[in-house]
Design a binder for this molecule. Sequence first.
Ligand SMILES: C[S@@+](CC[C@H](N)C(=O)[O-])C[C@H]1O[C@@H](n2cnc3c(N)ncnc32)[C@H](O)[C@@H]1O
Length: 202
Amino acid sequence: MSFGVHRLWKKYYVKLLEELHKPNEKILDIASGTGDIFHLLNRSKNLYAIDPISEMHSVSRKKNSKKIIDYETGIVEKMSYQNNYFQMISCTYGVRNFEDRKKAFSEIERCLKKNGYFLFMEFGTPKRELLLKPYKLYLNDWLPFIGSIVAKDRHSYKYLAESIQKFPSQQDIIKQVESAGLTHQKTIDFLSGSNSIYIFKK
Ligand SMILES: C[S@@+](CC[C@H](N)C(=O)[O-])C[C@H]1O[C@@H](n2cnc3c(N)ncnc32)[C@H](O)[C@@H]1O
């Protein structure tokens, strides 16, 4: 979807994680998928990953075979970790898929230590008017078309396009996280907000 640019965004994101996180502190990756973030992260222990699809963990285990990762098959809305357990909680391209964001953010707040960070990266809608029309054309027409040819899966790419457009504005998503008790620190936009990193602190 991003013509491979998301790989650069992930590298940038991981550098931020490393700046805010000390190696001996516990870090949780929510919606960890196939383990890209821990693969890029220059840490080998105190790593925790949660995702509802166990096959994702199997791919991650192979990719991250030299790292000690505690895998949990489960959902963010109902995590079994203790209160105030992690110094850092991370989530890339997962917040859009949470079924109940209110519960999810409240669980994240519960599991995060005081002064700990919650970082997430998510697709969004560009702020610049000029980019809006071509972006929507790309999302609604080109993306499902390319998906049907390259991945032979029009439906998933249509879902991706729809979920990006349904995602709340930056102001609203920040309000939702702050309602759970975290404080917004910074938002970093790429391509006028079509991809953004959000940083919160407890
Ligand atoms: C687009 S993938 C992102 C994977 C990975 N974070 C990355 O950046 O490559 C979204 C992931 O969210 C997971 N997911 C969906 N609903 C979830 C939930 N309620 N709680 C935790 N993870 C969820 C999916 O299983 C999937 O692995």
